[in-house]
Design a protein. Sequence first.
Length: 170
Amino acid sequence: MAKDLIEEIPPLARWRFATQAASLLPALYSRALREEEGTPEEREQAVWYALGREVREVAETFGFPTETAEEVCEVFRAGSVVLFGPDFRFSVLATSPERATVVLKACPYTRCLTAAGCDADTAFSWCLPFAVSAVEHLNPAFTLRFVRARCMGEAQCEMTVRKKEEGEES
């Protein structure tokens, strides 16, 4: 894509989406703690999976295309920046209409966890369900797989977005 999608989203709209996500997060945690079944880890992942749906709202509001892997990655990048701020540093490498790679060099999750005295690998339990949900809600024909993760000690994150194979589920 020639243009950075974040520039297509007016600052006031970015602010509204970010505050909506910030308000939604405690409600999702409350529901997960009080009403959801499963282990604490599964309930926490359900929170972040639900939050990933918000990226689709960004795409729908601004009519962003999500037909190719590259488009899905670009909207995922823009939606993540809108919801969580400009500390994300993404690049998207498209290899075909059915496959693209997101390379993440900076992440606010790991910085915030470190500042709070938590282990950085906790970020993976947030990021994985958020990223998978965002991609699959942007276009259910695609899925996301992690190749490398910063919070697990790698120099950068690499996530591959690819078309699901026939009969494949998340």
